[in-house]
Design a protein around this ligand. Structure first.
Ligand SMILES: NC(=O)c1ccc[n+]([C@@H]2O[C@H](COP(=O)([O-])OP(=O)(O)OC[C@H]3O[C@@H](n4cnc5c(N)ncnc54)[C@H](O)[C@@H]3O)[C@@H](O)[C@H]2O)c1
Length: 362
């Protein structure tokens, strides 16, 4: 996604440029809450997105992040065929030191006042317990614990979706869905990464694991029979698929030059440092990129199912469709010789335009 220029003081021109409908600044000195809720587009439905708590270097950084993330949520929901719009909330602060029950409940009250326009879920720096606090103040929240009727940890579903995306890429390149005999490097073996390693081992894939946490690498390598790789050397070795499951922007001009893989398919959000530049670089180098927001949509599908009162089975069913969604994007990319991310954006934008047309009458 493009990066908003928050140094440009014309806020409304920024909203126009990125298509945002509304930005809400939530300030509460009593609890220390400083949050921004961005609602990007609600053509398809209420804006559902994560609540991220992060020690942003500046308010401009927080604003840029929330605008970027909320826009990506619009595209993710659209391409996944969900009746949801895109939104995100960010809280400025260190989740380990600054977070409290009162702060989360205060945010819940701000969300309540939006009357369902924004629905919260968990993200970096928040967890199901925080969603439970928000739930104490408003019904417009998902991802609270299963014990109180929520859908719990979405990571296993997200990992399954990533696997579906990988299979679609393998089908495109090798005309088979089977991953057996291929090799995958999973970068970041946290909640999604560990689940992905487990699924890949079930498919008889050779798995390499790397993380900044060496102890975790040792544990996961031992548990699943994977091969540990130093975090500094991940582009020095050969494997078929690179699965970024840690941070964004790991695909950039420097890393693309070093890459030897045929496919990139992982869960991390915003993997391309600059969508326009690096999508094209991957196309030119012949590396097949499974657009991140398409194949990591399992978590969103899980929240959607919770919202609609569906069972987990439904979330899993929706996740299987990530295979077809990815195949369609790869076909369009090939037919028009455009980067896969551009093909995904086209498909997402078309659905929003089409659905806008049906909303002209009651
Ligand atoms: N959890 C979900 O359902 C979900 C859904 C959609 C997208 N995502 C995205 O997937 C990614 C992983 O999510 P998660 O829930 O597993 O997070 P997590 O925090 O559980 O795991 C992230 C892992 O990455 C490691 N890591 C951090 N920086 C790293 C670096 N520079 N190099 C290597 N490893 C590093 C961490 O040590 C950790 O083990 C994130 O980008 C997240 O936004 C997650």
């Amino acid at each position: 996604m493009p990066v908003p220029d928050t140094n440009n003081l014309s806020v409304f021109s920024q909203l126009d440029a990125f298509g945002h409908q509304k930005i809400v600044f939530c300030n509460d000195p009593e609890t220390g809450l400083k949050a921004i809720i961005a609602i990007h587009d609600t053509t398809l439905g209420p804006a559902l997105g994560g609540v991220r708590m992060w020690n942003y270097k500046s308010e401009a950084d927080a604003l840029s992040d929330v605008m970027r993330l909320s826009r990506a949520m619009t595209y993710k929901a659209s391409v996944s065929g969900l009746n949801l719009g895109g939104g995100t909330a960010v809280i400025i602060g260190d989740p380990r030191k600054d977070k409290s029950e009162a702060m989360m409940r205060k945010l819940g009250r701000f969300i309540k006042n939006l009357n369902g326009e924004f629905i919260a879920g968990e993200d970096m720096g928040t967890n199901p317990r925080d969603m439970e606090y928000i739930r104490m103040e408003t019904e417009f929240v998902t991802g609270y614990p299963e014990t109180i009727g929520g859908s719990g940890d979405p990571s296993p579903i997200t990992a399954r979706g990533v696997l579906m995306g990988m299979k679609a890429c393998v089908k495109e390149l090798y005309s088979t869905d089977t991953l057996a005999g291929r090799s995958v490097l999973v970068q970041g073996i946290g909640h999604v990464g560990e689940n992905l390693v487990s699924l890949l081992r079930d498919e008889n894939v050779k798995v390499y694991v790397s993380d900044i946490n060496d102890e975790r690498v040792r544990q996961i390598a031992k548990k699943f029979g994977a091969e540990p790789v130093s975090n500094n050397n991940i582009f020095d070795i050969h494997y078929d698929i690179y699965a970024p499951c840690a941070l964004g922007a790991t695909i950039n001009s420097a890393t693309i030059k070093k890459m030897k893989c045929a496919i990139i398919a992982g869960s991390a959000n915003n993997q391309l440092e600059d969508e326009a530049v690096h999508g094209k670089m991957l196309l030119d180098k012949g590396i097949l990129f499974a657009p991140d927001y398409v194949i990591n949509a399992g978590g969103l599908m899980n929240c959607y199912s919770e919202l609609m009162g569906f069972r987990r089975k439904r979330a899993l069913y929706l996740t299987e469709h990530i295979y077809d969604a990815t195949r369609n994007i790869l076909k369009l990319s090939k037919a028009e010789n455009i980067p896969t991310i551009e093909a995904a954006n086209k498909i997402a934008e078309k659905r929003i335009t089409d659905i806008k047309k049906i909303k002209t009458s009651y």
